[in-house]
Design a protein around this ligand. Structure first.
Ligand code: DQA
Length: 174
């Protein structure tokens, strides 16, 4: 998507399906997809662990998967904990019904993200490209997991679309 590629170098990536017929999307489930620190470096960052796809490409895949389910995603990335907390805090008021969250290393350090998720009324799925449980010891602990309805990890970019399927099944009652 042109917009995603334009914004791919900035701190925030935002994607909604281009050309989706707006009237048919009225009332569609809206999902906020958040990625945290260093995930803007996907494609260049340790590709043997995280794969060769850029985050913009992954966002395109998530948007396409959402469109098949007549859902809409807004995909964002920030290297800043506070930005993620602000987005989570506003998500319900902004009209989202659920969230996917890959907090990056904040998974293992951030009580503030845990609090933000607990303070949100929205179901959230924790997402990881790699399988943190099969890596260094510090990655085995997720501080956000107790505030999430589920977790998908270890499937590369597909972790996001698998998590979206699970979340939409829950939200759309499939
Ligand atoms: C990650 C796993 C984290 O441990 C790591 O700090 C990341 C990426 C993943 O998607 O596999 O930045 O969240």
């Amino acid at each position: 998507m042109a917009e995603a590629k334009r914004k791919a170098r900035g701190g925030t990536l935002s994607v909604v399906p281009d050309g989706a017929p707006k009237p048919r999307l009225r009332g569609a489930v809206r999902v906020l997809v958040l990625s945290g620190p260093n995930l803007d470096r996907l494609g260049k960052r340790e590709p043997e662990i995280y794969g060769k796809q850029t985050l913009a490409e992954i966002h395109d895949q998530i948007a396409a998967a959402a469109a098949l389910r007549k859902a809409v995603v807004d995909c964002r990335q920030s290297n800043h904990e506070g930005a993620l907390i602000d987005w989570i805090g506003m998500a319900a008021e902004d009209g989202f019904s659920g969230m996917l969250l890959n907090p990056g290393a904040l998974t293992h350090t951030s009580y503030a993200l845990y609090d933000a998720l607990k303070g949100s009324s929205l179901p959230t799925v924790e997402v990881h490209l790699s399988n943190p449980d099969a890596r260094e010891a510090f990655r085995k602990n997720s501080l956000v997991a107790p505030a999430c309805v589920g977790r998908v990890a270890g499937f590369g970019a597909a972790s996001y679309t698998l998590a979206l399927t699970g979340l939409l099944d829950r939200l759309q009652g499939s």
